[in-house]
Design a protein around this ligand. Sequence first.
Ligand SMILES: Cc1cc2nc3c(=O)[nH]c(=O)nc-3n(C[C@H](O)[C@H](O)[C@H](O)COP(=O)(O)OP(=O)(O)OC[C@H]3O[C@@H](n4cnc5c(N)ncnc54)[C@H](O)[C@@H]3O)c2cc1C
Length: 154
Amino acid sequence: MLIRGPGLSETMSRYLQDRMEATDRILVHPHTELTGLEGDEHLTGVRWADNRTGAEEFRPIANVFLMLGATPNTDWLQGCLETDDRHFIRVGADVTDHRTRADGAPPSGLETSLPGVFAVGDVRAGSVKRVASAVGEGSVVVAAVHRALATDRP
Ligand SMILES: Cc1cc2nc3c(=O)[nH]c(=O)nc-3n(C[C@H](O)[C@H](O)[C@H](O)COP(=O)(O)OP(=O)(O)OC[C@H]3O[C@@H](n4cnc5c(N)ncnc54)[C@H](O)[C@@H]3O)c2cc1C
């Protein structure tokens, strides 16, 4: 396992780290970045480098799994919906700017700062970043969407 930073403790649950450390089939390389993939029709080799020294290493490896994706893709929403400083979308009581609402009241539940627009799952500020919670929020928000559609809104 290649890690760009110094270790896993900041980004991975302790129980997962314990399981990885307990198996000699997993080697953890901190401060390491993927620098090259080799092969024609199939992957046959992987190159990586120590990002402190630049020292490169090559191994004949045929499979790579990239574990990426904790940054919300919400740049295009800036100025449209209220987000937190990490660009996750604020909903309900977490919304601080109530000016978009005629009554100035905070949005309900999973509603964003823009009336009638909702956010659920990973993109929501403060959500538990797990499949089950994203699915659960998705099912819960349906009733609110129906209510919003049934109401006359600007
Ligand atoms: C490497 C990794 C491992 C994980 N392991 C686990 C695990 O073991 N167990 C677990 O419960 N959870 C795990 N998670 C978390 C889990 O994947 C998320 O919590 C869950 O997928 C969130 O679902 P979501 O629908 O909110 O977001 P996503 O699954 O991220 O879905 C959002 C979708 O929106 C699309 N999208 C983004 N921007 C736009 C746009 N502008 N227009 C149209 N579409 C757009 C994206 O391409 C994506 O398909 C893991 C996450 C990662 C990154």
